[in-house]
Design a protein around this ligand. Structure first.
Ligand SMILES: *Cc1c(COP(=O)(O)O)cnc(C)c1O
Length: 503
């Protein structure tokens, strides 16, 4: 399996090279040249397989330059009991007839990013050896909260790697911030950036492509890489849980092989839903995907109108990991939808850069609408979804999952209330990670307490166990206190790595 650039500006590479590079050096993203198919018989047989076995079946089809033994070892290390103390790894919870929640938050940092970021460091460090690179990798991460935490957890103390995480100072929750600033490992650095997530992500993207900086980096024995979902190594592990969820429904006799399901994904950078789309292209029976957004509903508009327009106000919401205007992985999706038309993709992204918007041809829009619907939930609707879900099913969901739930209900409403397909709604974070918003949604007000005390408060309301990674967080020592503005990121990196300023 080879990987190609969405902008047709790079040679074909093996998966290890694509993962090592993170993104295409001249701009663009790596995608698999073809999408492997999995037969119906094989999918049906997954009901007799463990998560780890299903993971191997998916991974080895994409990562053909890794040996079977390597992949199996990485999978068993990543999805071991210490990291995921539930045997299903990504359990499916039935809330009602044909209404299922896919819990993606049982990993070490309580958000779905762990599903990929527990595995990816193994893929990346092996990629470096495979490509005969003798440089130390510097993983740069721009995070809206959960990626940074999960990446720090996945990469801490990994040999031959440094990880530097930038997060928007006022764009993450107190709990997320504490998870990051208390992280251990002598190869971890965390920096608060004055600005929002887009500022932060754009600034990090810019330093990635900065020739001068890359040269001085190389001279000092370093090389950049990325753990953001622009890295293929982040996407491929996420395909797995869509198959494991389908296998679960088969095993429980909720569906028969071939029955179509619908999948609702609370979406930000478009990585999770893109993985679901790859699962569909591999043969997973899906009727429609519901792309759920919060008030930053640029994707809802795009799916409805075919116009992607970032000239709008950035809004801070109670689902901060979805507060994004530039969904990086949409580029991969457009490349797939246009049947690998890199000329089009290049043109659209050029327009986005120059004019802040682009419009796709109407026949592509029709194709997208056949398989995708976009719906969004505002703040009030998200809170109501938390409250209603708790009252109806005695089940607490976090604000991101709530956006998915509301989006799904709007989708059903559009179809005149008929739910013809079993639906899986991705639950992307544990509710304790966003205790304040969850309590406010359920009770209507918040007790005057600090974010950490609110964990116990939520426990009183729900009776659910506090996620292990959030217990005792408050008592942990703060180890990272760096702050910079978005135009100082390059300087900050030079400082961290002790590389001299040039010119
Ligand atoms: C990252 C994240 C999302 C968005 O996922 P994308 O792959 O970026 O679309 C949604 N919810 C939570 C809790 C997240 O951490």
């Amino acid at each position: 399996m080879k990987y190609i650039s969405t902008r047709g500006n790079y040679k074909k590479v093996d998966s290890a090279e694509a993962i090592r590079l993170g993104m295409v050096p001249a701009g663009g993203l790596f995608v698999p040249e073809t999408i492997p198919r999995i037969s119906e018989a094989r999918i049906e047989n997954m009901k007799n397989k463990s998560y780890q076995e299903i993971a191997y079946q998916i991974l080895h089809r994409y990562l053909t330059d890794y040996q079977a033994g390597e992949l199996k070892e990485f999978i068993s290390k990543a999805y071991q009991e210490d990291n995921f103390p539930v045997s299903a790894i990504a359990p499916v919870k039935k809330l009602d007839a044909d209404y299922f929640i896919l819990e993606l938050w049982h990993g070490p940092t309580a958000a779905f990013k762990d599903m990929a970021l527990q595995l990816m460091p193994y893929l990346l460090t092996k990629a470096v050896t495979k490509c005969n690179i003798n440089k130390e990798l510097v993983i740069l991460v721009a995070t809206s909260g959960d990626t940074g935490t999960a990446a720090l957890e996945g990469f801490k103390n990994v040999e031959g790697v440094k990880i530097v995480v930038f997060y928007p100072e006022d764009g993450v929750s107190k709990i997320q911030e504490a998870q990051m600033t208390t992280v251990e490992g002598d190869n971890t650095v965390v920096v608060a950036v004055e600005g929002n997530f887009d500022d932060c992500q754009n600034a990090v993207k810019k330093v990635f492509g900065d020739k001068d900086l890359n040269q001085s980096l190389a001279a000092s024995g370093y090389q950049f890489s990325s753990a953001n979902s622009i890295n293929w190594g982040r996407l491929v592990p996420q395909i797995v849980y869509y198959f494991s969820a389908y296998a679960h429904l088969l095993r429980e006799n909720e569906i028969k092989m071939g029955d179509k399901i619908e999948i609702t994904v609370p979406t930000g950078n478009f990585g999770n839903i893109l993985s679901a789309y790859y699962a569909y292209r591999m043969g997973l029976p899906v009727n429609q995907f519901i792309c759920a957004s919060n008030e930053n509903n640029i994707l809802t508009d795009f799916i409805e109108t075919g116009v992607y327009d970032i000239r709008r106000q950035f809004k801070k919401t109670i689902s901060p990991s979805m507060d994004i205007l530039i969904s990086s992985n949409l580029e991969r999706f457009l490349f797939e939808i246009t049947d690998h038309n890199f000329e089009k993709v290049k043109k659209w992204y050029q327009q986005l850069k120059e004019k802040g918007k682009f419009e796709i041809d109407s026949h592509y829009q029709v194709m997208i609408q056949e398989i995708f619907t976009g719906k969004f939930a505002d703040e009030k609707e998200s809170k109501t979804a938390i409250k209603n879900t708790f009252e109806s099913y005695n089940y607490a969901v976090d604000p991101h999952t709530a956006v998915g739930i509301k989006a799904f209900h709007k989708h059903i409403h559009d179809k005149k209330g008929e739910n013809l397909f079993p639906v899986i709604i991705d639950s992307t974070a544990n509710p304790y990670k966003f205790s304040k918003a969850v309590i406010e949604a359920i009770q209507g007000d918040i007790p005057e307490k600090g974010d950490f005390e609110l964990l116990n408060e939520l426990k009183k309301i729900t009776g659910m166990d506090i996620h292990r990674c959030l217990k005792n967080l408050e008592a942990k020592k703060i180890r990272h206190q760096r702050v910079c503005s978005d135009n100082e990121i390059e300087k900050e990196i030079r400082d961290i790595l002790d590389i001299n300023q040039e010119h």
